[in-house]
Design a protein around this ligand. Structure first.
Ligand code: NAD
Ligand code: UDP
Length: 318
């Protein structure tokens, strides 16, 4: 008879997953982390390896998994355009076959399951900010489609399992999140700019830099995921989780340069295909259902993230 809640985190060795494992262990739960280390790293979880209630399993979720847990957080999927476009067919597979496997597991063992969905389900949005009721403007055949449509199909599967089998589901639509343990080479705007500033290289601006993004600090995001998982069964989501502060890419570049005390050349590159012009979450629903309000302003979170990358840089880990 198990008294301690057992939780499976797929993608637990990744950026968000490793922070989630930390927080769940701190809450006193038993955590099973399943990861194939495609973009995740042992470095993210090495501090947990001796924890008596932490277990790591090298596993690819496109194959079935048989474990006994009470809750599943399904995070396994490469998240940055560079990584998810490297093998787009695998990206669709992780999202669709992976979701089917995890939903099948949840159904068999009667576990509650949360899906890490994304603001990319809104595509290049023509409604601003984006509420959960917005159905999106997504290109089904572009270079981002493997991820965007894969995540949309995963949401469909979650809701069909819920309707067909009364499975307890939670769907979080995560907006751009940053913080320590971001993959240094994943080409995301925050990690790119910080690394460029630390190396004294030109800052790469795609397009004219007027496109906007909203950046959520990782601790806030994890708090939102856990609150969503803990809601009563009738709450399924989708729920947007993100920080509504909106910044242009140029503003972010300025901020990073100021905070690292650098003044660098701005190098303009063409805007990648289907790059959304603007993105900002409407988080009214998260406020009402979860009483969730992001606490960490961009400057504060950037400082912690810059310090993290400085440390890697100093230790020769970059
Ligand atoms: P990440 O790349 O750091 O983590 C993903 C993890 O999944 C990695 O550890 C990777 O090795 C693992 N993985 C990939 N394919 C797998 C497979 N087939 N089987 C098992 N493990 C596999 O990315 P992240 O930023 O931590 O993102 C986590 C989740 O959150 C993803 O589902 C992503 O789509 C979603 N998300 C993230 C953001 C963000 O800004 N970081 C925004 C929206 C959604
Ligand atoms: N971007 C940029 N320079 C970079 C990396 C990204 O100007 O070195 C831009 C990118 O074109 C996009 C925004 O920053 O408009 C956010 O990109 P990221 O890949 O971080 O996230 P996503 O596009 O998935 O929101």
């Amino acid at each position: 008879m198990h008294l301690r809640k057992r939780i499976l985190v797929t993608g637990g060795a990744g950026f968000l997953g490793s922070h989630l494992c930390d927080r769940l262990l701190n809450k006193g739960y038993e955590v099973l982390c399943a990861d194939n280390f495609y973009t995740g790293s042992k470095r993210n979880i090495v501090h947990l390896l001796d924890h008596p209630y932490f277990e790591i399993l090298r596993h690819d979720i496109t194959f079935p998994l048989y474990v006994e847990v009470d809750e599943i957080y399904n995070l396994a999927c490469p998240a940055s355009p560079i990584h998810y476009q490297n093998d787009p067919v695998q990206t669709t597979k992780v999202n669709v076959h992976g979701a089917i496997n995890m939903l099948g597991l949840a159904r068999r063992i009667k576990a509650k399951i949360l899906q890490a969905s994304t603001s990319e389900v809104y595509g290049d949005p023509d409604i601003h900010p984006q509420p959960e009721t917005y159905r999106g403007n997504v290109n089904p055949i572009g270079p981002r489609s493997c991820y965007d449509e894969g995540k949309r199909c995963a949401e469909t599967l979650f809701f069909d399992y819920h309707r067909q089998t009364q499975l307890r589901i939670k769907v979080a639509r995560i907006f751009n999140t940053y913080g320590p343990r971001m993959h240094p080479n994943d080409g995301r705007v925050v990690s790119n700019f910080i690394l460029q500033a630390l190396r004294g290289e030109p800052i790469t601006i795609y397009g004219d830099g007027s496109q906007t993004r909203s950046f959520c600090y990782v601790d806030d995001l994890i708090e939102g995921l856990i609150r969503l998982m803990d809601t009563p069964d009738q709450i399924t989501g989708p729920v947007n989780l993100g920080n509504p502060g909106e910044f242009t890419v140029l503003e972010l570049a300025e901020m990073v340069m100021e905070m690292t005390g650098s003044r660098l050349e701005l190098k303009f590159h063409p805007l990648p295909e289907d790059d959304p012009r603007q993105r900002k979450p409407d988080i009214t629903r998260a406020g009402k259902l979860l009483d969730w309000h992001p606490q960490v302003p961009l400057k504060e979170g950037l400082k912690i993230t810059i310090d993290y990358f400085k440390e890697l840089f100093k230790n020769g880990d970059l």
